[in-house]
Design a protein around this ligand. Structure first.
Ligand code: LER
Ligand code: MN
Length: 272
């Protein structure tokens, strides 16, 4: 395997203005992704039943694209669920929401991503309790993903979005406390630009724990539209033998087509 290219498609109305390259039109976006030469797409759906599996299969096979991963953040932005809520019923609902996305993605050999569903402490749950609930949920969900032969993906986020884990090192520390060993880290270069003292060094340190990358510039625009130096980042990825996706989770600025084109051009410059 080698490092492969991927681009995000959001189907979530409530996430409008968020960092996704393509929006709304799944079939049209897959066609455009293929036209530019992307290897895969990452989908951010409103729920597991929002996309018909047979139709998606036809679409992916028709375009020769892989499904890299599926986001679970709609559980938060649409339903205000997260995995460490004070009420046990609500936690169960959040867990079931993520399980349904794991089941959907699993049919395609793809992983589900836990980002905003990790929540943050406060609102009646202190930090230790929050972590306890989250660790329990990650254990269940990591094992749930195992039946599909894929890991669950956990994403550290910057301090303005969570107080659970803000860096790759904190992500490793958290996963070390989870029983399931079927969980990998998502390194989002935007969050890392805010939180890490050295992005390349943090990736090198993360090593084999890193299973997915959100490929994006310092300002959350497409790679090359900000001030991140991607050369040492890619060197670090090669050093750790990273063989997953560089998935463009970036603002559709100046528009989707330009962000996608910029991303694939940058990818081709960096990955020979
Ligand atoms: C959120 O900031 C993010 O990076 C997403 O990938 C996870 O919800
Ligand atoms: Mn991300």
């Amino acid at each position: 395997m080698s490092i492969r290219s991927c681009v995000t498609i959001s189907l979530v109305n409530e996430a409008r203005g968020g960092p996704f390259v393509y929006w709304d039109d799944l079939a049209g976006s897959c066609k455009k992704a293929k036209g530019l030469g992307f290897d895969a797409v990452e989908i951010f759906p409103p729920g597991a039943d929002a996309v018909d599996s047979a139709e998606l299969r036809k679409l992916l096979d028709g375009e020769g694209l892989a499904l890299a991963a599926v986001g679970t953040g709609a559980g938060w932005v649409k339903h205000k669920l997260q995995l460490a809520l004070p009420d046990a019923n609500d936690r169960q609902k959040a867990c079931d929401f993520v399980k349904s996305i794991i089941d959907f993605a699993g049919q395609f050999g793809a992983s589900a991503i836990i980002g905003s569903m990790q929540g943050r402490s406060g609102n009646g749950v202190d930090k230790a309790t929050h972590l306890g609930y989250l660790i329990e949920a990650l254990d269940t969900l990591g094992e749930h993903a195992r039946q599909y032969g894929v890991p669950l993906i956990y994403e550290p986020l910057n301090r303005y979005e969570t107080d659970v884990a803000n860096t790759v090192a904190a992500g490793v520390e958290l996963l070390d406390r989870v029983g399931s060993k079927n969980i990998v880290l998502l390194a989002d270069l935007f969050h890392m630009n805010i939180e890490e003292s050295n992005v390349a060094a943090a990736l090198a340190q993360g090593g084999a724990r890193i299973g997915h990358i959100h490929f994006v510039d310092s300002n959350r625009r497409a790679a090359g539209f900000g001030h991140t130096d991607f050369v040492p980042i890619v060197e670090a990825l090669q050093q750790i033998n990273y063989d997953g996706y560089l998935s463009a989770e970036a603002f559709a600025l100046p528009n989707s087509d330009a962000a996608a084109k910029q991303t694939i051009e940058m990818f081709r410059q960096l990955i020979k």
